[in-house]
Design a binder for this molecule. Structure first.
Ligand code: GAP
Length: 400
């Protein structure tokens, strides 16, 4: 067992050594809170995205996909409340280091870095602003989305008008989100550009409770049964009313026990009809849904499971990292679930380190017996399999 307080450093070193993650623009000194994904990192990220999509969209007949733009008009963020409420309290050091802190993370009046005085807390909006068109004036200001969710709400009418979906149903989206976090950190746990995976599940008004509980449990099951994350390191955390986002009636986080403490992996929020109602009011478009069963018109309520690929990525690596000794030689291995390992490679030890669950080796005997060797990462055991039976054998191994 690797001591828990050393795991983060070891995982960071492994991801760099083996090309999972690099600091963005490293040759220019990097950019805080931004990371690039190398050859193996891309494989794992893709596997995470594909598994989420498979379970949240493809294997269900009540959820459809959407891809909306990363840049959206200011009106969207005015209506959604993000311009006013998507803020963190900020305090700046007035002493030597001039560092900025999230006010809720500093205790007392002194800068935790240099001991200098801190200014009074002020609110800092986390959205990145840019301009569309040639003029950089107020009218051309737009924002990079801090969540994909608003795309699902502003396209809600388009989706119901162009499909035969009936409430309850969901719209899912994967894509980049941007947040100008005051204190990015803990490697890729809190970054400024990341890949969100969100699903808005529309239900009848006030029929939110059962759906909220269904999605809490369903998402927890996905982490334990599909991704194979150690259940004893996962728990639910129900937010008290004071810490709820401006749009939420109730939120439960699925938390993971990171080496730096319990932290949010995924959030499941009960957004009621907050978003559809504000967009209906501001856009002056009718966003109601006509329920063919009851003949009633209403704005559906929404349950939303939301998570970033980055949080799953770091959770998987921390959860899978291990060291042992085989044939008197120490080795590093990632005990990744077979579904998230990717397909890469050559020599066994190097494969263990990047989490490859099974290696298939073709050798000279293969020419005579038409068989290959399957070698298991965790046990290091090997078995021979006829090439004609290999596909079925691997399907069997990866379906467990
Ligand atoms: N649409 C709901 C929403 O955006 P959130 O809790 O602010 O809710 C959703 O974010 C998820 O996005 C979180 O549960 C977490 O997995 C991930 N996330 C949030 N901020 C992040 C950051 N700065 N870096 C990486 N992932 C982040």
């Amino acid at each position: 067992m690797v001591p828990r307080d050393q795991v983060m450093d070891k995982v960071v070193a492994l991801t760099k050594r083996r090309g999972f993650i690099y600091p963005s623009s490293e040759i220019y000194g990097g950019l805080s809170g931004f990371y690039d994904y190398g050859p193996y990192g891309v494989s794992v990220k893709r596997a995470i995205r594909d598994l989420w999509w498979r379970h949240m969209v493809e294997l269900r007949d009540d959820v459809v996909g959407l891809e909306s733009t990363l840049i959206m008009p200011t009106a969207v963020w005015e209506a959604s409340g993000h311009l006013t409420n998507f803020v963190d309290p900020l305090r700046q050091c007035l002493g030597d280091c001039k560092k900025r802190w999230r006010a809720d993370q500093v205790f007392g009046e002194k800068c935790p870095e240099c001991g200098g005085p801190l200014d009074d807390a002020r609110m800092f909006n986390l959205m990145f602003r840019t301009y569309v068109g040639a003029l950089e004036d107020r009218a051309s200001e737009v924002y990079l989305r801090p969540e994909t969710a608003q795309g699902m709400f502003v396209d809600f009418k388009n989706v119901i008008n162009s499909t035969r979906l009936r409430v309850p149903f969901g719209i899912a989206q994967q894509g980049r989100g941007f947040r100008n976090e005051i204190t990015p950190g803990n490697f890729v746990f809190r970054v400024r550009e990341f890949d969100l995976m969100e699903m808005e599940y529309f239900v009848r008004p006030r029929e939110d409770e059962s759906s909220f509980h269904y999605w809490r449990n369903e998402r927890m099951r996905w982490y334990t049964d599909v991704l194979g994350i150690n259940a004893s390191r996962l728990r639910f955390y129900d937010h008290p009313k004071v810490s709820l986002s401006h749009y939420s009636k109730q939120t439960t986080d699925i938390e993971y026990e990171f080496p730096f403490g319990w932290g949010e992996l995924e959030g499941i929020a009960d957004r009621t009809d907050y978003d559809l109602a504000v967009h209906q009011e501001r856009s002056k478009q009718d966003l109601t849904y006509l329920d063919p069963e009851t003949n009633e018109r209403y704005l559906p309520w929404v349950i939303e499971p939301a998570v970033s690929v980055e949080r799953i990525f770091i959770t998987l690596l921390l959860d899978a990292y291990d060291e042992d000794v085989v044939n008197n030689e120490p080795r590093v291995l990632l005990r990744l679930h077979p579904k998230t390992g990717g397909h890469i490679g050559r020599r066994y030890r190097r494969q263990d380190e990047i989490g490859t669950p099974f290696c298939v080796t073709v050798d000279f005997d293969t020419l005579n017996d038409r068989a290959v060797t399957i070698r298991y990462r965790d046990s290091t055991e090997q078995e021979r399999s006829l090439i004609t039976e290999l596909r079925a054998r691997l399907d069997n191994l990866t379906s467990t």
